[in-house]
Design a protein around this ligand. Structure first.
Ligand SMILES: Cc1ncc(COP(=O)(O)O)c(C=O)c1O
Length: 389
């Protein structure tokens, strides 16, 4: 046997060895500190090693670590009570899973249950995950190539294009949309567009599925990003931040959708395990006690302002600022791949979105100094990347 085992190379490695994290920072094995605007693709939004979350998980681990939610447990009761404080009122039942993609799969299964409706609608720029159902409604052809055929029909419509919504007809089981597209390039859904979409779904009887995996749990300045538009989706999926970094996701549904569920149709060994439930319970506590959405709104505006300065200083290479709250970035006139490497060298972890966007997904607890630091690093990195290209 060969002693050196590797990880499948689906993503290019970042070339540093991260050994610990606290709040908005992580440290590498040389004890270099990085301001973490990568955040595990946004999952560490409540900060690394958040003491409230860690302590609650530790307590739960010692009390009861394995138990499926078919059994009542105190942690399940507490978690549901906590969630009922932050979920939209019309969403009456939830199911817990382990990842965003898994939750998208379940949302699609629930929509597909409407007999004679075999089609899903998604939007240009959409990203909903890498499992087969979620992949089928993801826009980027590079991710999909070679994996067709998908389990059902899908049609993509242009994001934010009101006129095309007429194409949603009574053969459509569900329409899935991100209120702010993450991976696709930090494109914000127009509130009027979301309302028109909701109307059209009601008219033809298609379920409206809102994907809040990246935009949800306070990141955009509201607990859920779609609340700005005042819409009421039939199904909402959430993940990433809801467990403070612990792997957990959920599907929340209206009474009507819940009423159609039949025994045996879905299940998951680890979905809703006690540690995940404890993490969600603690994360909701943090969200409320720390006024996370309000802080995201304030710091999001600060960051936006700083990015605008960067953008006007580097007009020839930057198109502008995109996103909402603490889900923001710079739209460059070239690929951000080299910029990511340079920000990292300068102590700031970032990621990309779409073909040209430098994406920032900071934890909610960033301060003024962090905003200034990130602005300076980004200015230097974008200029240097442009010079060397
Ligand atoms: C909007 C959205 N939906 C779904 C997913 C898939 O989540 P996961 O990677 O946890 O499966 C992601 C992941 O980035 C996402 O951003």
């Amino acid at each position: 046997m060969n002693g050196s085992l590797g990880v499948l190379g689906f993503s290019a490695g970042r070339g540093i060895r991260i050994v610990r994290g606290s709040g908005q920072y992580v440290w590498d094995s040389q004890d270099r500190r990085y301001l973490d605007f990568h955040c595990g693709n946004g999952a560490a939004f409540l900060g690394h090693s958040n003491p409230l979350i860690i302590n609650r998980i530790k307590e739960q681990m010692e009390e009861l670590m394995v138990c499926m939610p078919i059994f009542d447990t105190p942690v399940l009761e507490r978690c549901l009570r906590a969630l009922s404080r932050v979920l939209p009122n019309h969403l009456r039942e939830v199911y817990f899973l382990n990842s965003g993609s898994e939750s998208v799969e379940l949302a699609m299964k629930l929509a597909r249950k409407q007999k004679d409706r075999k089609r899903f609608v998604y939007f240009t720029g959409a990203f909903h995950g890498r499992t087969m159902g979620a992949l089928s409604v993801t826009y980027n052809q590079r991710y999909k190539q070679g994996f067709e055929p998908f389990p059902w029909e899908q049609v993509s419509l242009p994001f934010n294009d009101f006129d095309q919504l007429r194409k949603i007809d009574d053969g459509v089981a569900g329409v899935i949309v991100e209120p702010v597209q993450g991976e696709g390039g930090l494109n914000v859904a127009d509130s009027g567009f979301l309302r028109e979409l909701e109307n059209r779904c009601r008219e033809v009887g298609a379920y409206l599925i809102v994907d809040e995996v990246q935009s949800g749990f306070g990141r955009t300045g509201r607990v859920w990003a779609h609340l700005v538009a005042g819409i009421e989706p039939d199904i909402m999926v959430a993940g990433k931040s809801i467990g403070g970094g612990f792997p957990v996701s959920l599907v929340a549904v209206s009474e009507e959708v819940a009423g159609r569920v039949e025994e045996g149709e879905h299940g998951s060994t680890y979905g809703g395990n006690p540690l995940a439930l404890a993490a969600v319970e603690a994360a909701v506590d943090v969200l409320i006690k720390e006024s996370v959405p309000e802080k995201s709104d304030v710091m999001g505006k600060r960051l936006w302002k700083r990015l605008l300065e960067v953008s006007s200083e580097l007009q020839s290479v930057v198109r502008g600022v995109k996103g909402r709250g603490l889900m923001v970035g710079l739209d460059l006139r070239f690929s951000p791949t080299d910029v990511l490497k340079l920000t990292q060298l300068n102590g700031l972890l970032t990621l990309k979105a779409g073909g040209t966007v430098l994406r920032l997904l900071p934890p909610y607890l960033i301060n003024e100094e962090d905003v200034e630091f990130s602005g300076d690093v980004i200015t230097r990195s974008v200029s240097a990347a442009r010079r060397s290209s």
